[in-house]
Structures are given as structure tokens and as C-alpha cells.
Design a protein around this ligand. Structure first.
Ligand code: NAD
Length: 362
């Protein structure tokens, strides 16, 4: 088993990664001891993994299962409130444990419920999508959506432990797997120059779901994210670099209508747009743009903007992105593998032309 520590003083925890973790008896020891547990999941994931997770909990403990609809719309005040009602009804207290079993939707909502129930109870993440295993389950960002935007209501709340079983990826839809790969490829440009080469050398093994390679890949991404989060838990500095591709990506998600592009697909196009900008402005050698594109194509990720999206609307949406702290656009631009920088950008015409070059309407 690979264990990756997330060093955050009193809030430190371990991310444990190994194939078949959910079916191993030893995993029970990794879960905080409580009298009461709630497993929050959705029907599809519960059908696959709920019985394994229940077996990991002490026989004498009371276990409540709460299922949410399998959609991004579950990250709502309505579901948040429904879960609170059920947990308070079942007399959950601060020493109770909430377990998120699922992808980023289940994780983000459950984490916010855990953060707010009695001002915080134990929280465990069992992420089952690739995106959740390499990104959303690590770092303590929890949130629900508001009608004016995604993830606008939430808090930073760290889990007690993250348990990752790469075997669960075998039941994940291939499009969802690819979307997770966009976040994996992102890490190669943020923190670690050797990781790009490793991904290129191992891309076939990854596509073939070779479990030891998947385990290595997930552990590596978690190590990078853990280091960034440990240095900057509340995104006041370096953590913003994790948003490489995301300012463009959020605009693409927003303007195409949520659900048309998966988050990772939008990030794929967003990373290419940012990389192209870097190359055009001599911030990065063009070979790295080509290598980025080749990897995205290998994992069936989109590399152009879908039809009929308007460049000016996309630009306006980029300005509305909550991560833009000033009136300028804040873009994370790659300078090569392992080196990205945050840059304020005020040349709107350049962005419009770039969007049009990638397929947006002028
Ligand atoms: N907290 C963070 O730091 C952070 C970071 C990135 C994204 N997010 C959030 O994460 C969410 C997206 O997460 P996601 O991509 O995991 O989407 P998701 O949770 O909707 O999961 C994608 C789909 O895969 C299914 N699924 C998950 N695991 C499965 C498995 N092992 N087998 C079969 N089906 C499985 C889910 O039921 C769902 O239908 C968004 O709401 C986004 O805002 C949060």
C-alpha cells in the first residue's frame, strides 16, 4: 500500500492507495472508531461498493446509508438540508463519522455536511472516480453550488483519512476516466517535470488499466496535490497553480451549458488554450504544447472548442470566474513541465483571437 501524508498540523491525514483496498479486512483499522457512521453515496455506486464498505465498519456500530441523486444538481442547499435533517434525526454528534463513497459530487457535498454538522464531525473520503482520486478528495475543499455559480458555498474541511482503491476505476465509464486523466496530465505541468515523461512512457498501461501503474499514477498525483495543499491550504498563493486550464475550462463549461462538457474535458481544452498562449508569447517551447496535445488525444480528450460557442461570451464568463480576484484575467500559464506561473492578463483581443483559433464563433 502507498500512504501519502498530507501535512497540515493538527489536521494532518494519510491518503492510502492500493488495489482491492475496499475488500481487505485490514482497511477497517484505517477508519476512525465511532459509534455511528453515515455512508453518503448514490444508487449506482452503492450497488457496486456499499456492501464492501459496510464490512469495514465495526459490527456494533450503527450505520445509516444516505443516497443522493447521481447528478451535479445534488450539490444543492436542498440536498445539503435533507442530509442534515436525516443525520440530526438519527442523533449524529461530533464524534460520529460521515463517509463519502463516490465521485467528486458525493465528496464535495458530504464534506460540506461533515464540516457543518455540529460545527464539524469526522469525515472519511472513499473516492471512486479518477477525478476524485487524484484531485477532489484531497485538500479539503468542500462545496455546494448556487444558482449564480458552481462551488460558491462551502468551506475548507479536511478528512481524517482518504482511502483509494484503483480497482474501482474498472467500473467507471470510459468518458469519466478520460476526464480524470485531464487532471492527471495537469499535474505534469504544475509541479513535476519527470511526470510528463512517465505519463508518455506509461500511457498504454494506463489505458489498459494495469493496476500497479494506476496505483503509482494516483499516488504521484496525490503527492503533488498534498505538497501544494500543505504549503497553501486556503489557496492564498501556490495552490492557485492547480487551476491551470481552469479559467478557460470554467467558461467553456458555463457557456456550453453544464453537462455538455465534463469538467475534465473543459480543462483539457483550457490547458491547450493556456499552453498555446504561452508558446505564442515565448514563455514555453512549442514541443511541450505538442506533447500536451498528444497525451490529451491519446486519452480521447477534446482539443478544440465545441461548435457555436461565442468567443465574447466565453471571455465575459472568464471575467466572472470566482478565481479572478482583480479586474484583470488571472491565467495560469505553463512555462514547461513542472513550471506554471500565475499571470494577470489584460489583452482581451488576444484571448478572443485564441478562442476563435480553437473553434469559437467570432
Ligand atoms: N473539492 C475539490 O477540490 C474539487 C476538485 C475538482 C472537482 N471537484 C468537483 O467534483 C465534481 C466532479 O467529480 P467527478 O468527476 O467525480 O463527478 P461525479 O461525482 O459526478 O462522478 C462521475 C460519474 O461517475 C460515477 N462513478 C463514480 N465512481 C464510479 C465507479 N467507480 N464506478 C462507476 N461509476 C462511478 C458517478 O456516479 C457519476 O455518474 C464536480 O462537482 C466538481 O466541482 C471538486
Amino acid at each position: 500500500m502507498t500512504s501519502v501524508p498530507v501535512e497540515l498540523g493538527d489536521n494532518s491525514y494519510q491518503i492510502n492507495i492500493i488495489a482491492n483496498l475496499l475488500s481487505s479486512d485490514e482497511t477497517s483499522q484505517l477508519i476512525p472508531k465511532s459509534h455511528q457512521y453515515a455512508i453518503i453515496s448514490n444508487q449506482q455506486i452503492a450497488d457496486l461498493y456499499l456492501s464492501s464498505v459496510k464490512k469495514l465498519l465495526p459490527d456494533e456500530a450503527a450505520v445509516t446509508v444516505l443516497l443522493i441523486p447521481d447528478t451535479e444538481q445534488s450539490k444543492s442547499l436542498t440536498e445539503f438540508s435533507r442530509l442534515h435533517d436525516a443525520l440530526l434525526e438519527a442523533k449524529f454528534n461530533r464524534s460520529s463519522t460521515i463517509i463519502a463513497l463516490g465521485g467528486g459530487v458525493v465528496g464535495d457535498l458530504s464534506g460540506f455536511v461533515a464540516a457543518t454538522l455540529h460545527r464539524g464531525c469526522n469525515f472519511v473520503q472513499i473516492p471512486t472516480s479518477l477525478l476524485a482520486q487524484v484531485d477532489s478528495s484531497v485538500g479539503g475543499k468542500t462545496a455546494i453550488n448556487h444558482s449564480s455559480g458552481k462551488n460558491l458555498i462551502g468551506s475548507f474541511y479536511q478528512p481524517k483519512v482518504v482511502l483509494i482503491d484503483p480497482q474501482t476505476l474498472k467500473t467507471l465509464d470510459s468518458r469519466q476516466f478520460s476526464a480524470g486523466m485531464a487532471e492527471v496530465i495537469k499535474y505534469a505541468f504544475i509541479e513535476d517535470s519527470d511526470f510528463l515523461l512517465w505519463l508518455e512512457e506509461n500511457k498504454k498501461a494506463i489505458s489498459d488499466f494495469e493496476l500497479p501503474v494506476l496505483e503509482q499514477m494516483i499516488a504521484h498525483c496525490c503527492r503533488i496535490k498534498a505538497a501544494v495543499v500543505s504549503a497553501d491550504e486556503k489557496e492564498k498563493g501556490q495552490r492557485v497553480l492547480l487551476n491551470f486550464g481552469h479559467t478557460f475550462g470554467h467558461a467553456l463549461e458555463n457557456i456550453s451549458g453544464y453537462g455538455v462538457l465534463l469538467h475534465g474535458e473543459a480543462v483539457s481544452i483550457g490547458m491547450l488554450l493556456a499552453a498555446k498562449l504561452s508558446v505564442t508569447h515565448n514563455l514555453m517551447e512549442s514541443q511541450f504544447l505538442q506533447r500536451l496535445e498528444q497525451l490529451l488525444v491519446h486519452f480521447n480528450l477534446p482539443t478544440t472548442i465545441p461548435n457555436n460557442l461565442d468567443a465574447k461570451e466565453l471571455l465575459a464568463s472568464m471575467y466572472r470566474d470566482k478565481k479572478n480576484l482583480s479586474n484583470n484575467l488571472q491565467l495560469i500559464l505553463p512555462h514547461g513541465p513542472g513550471h506554471t506561473e500565475s499571470q494577470n492578463w489584460d489583452a482581451d483581443e488576444t484571448i478572443i483571437n485564441l478562442l476563435v483559433e480553437f473553434g469559437a464563433d467570432k
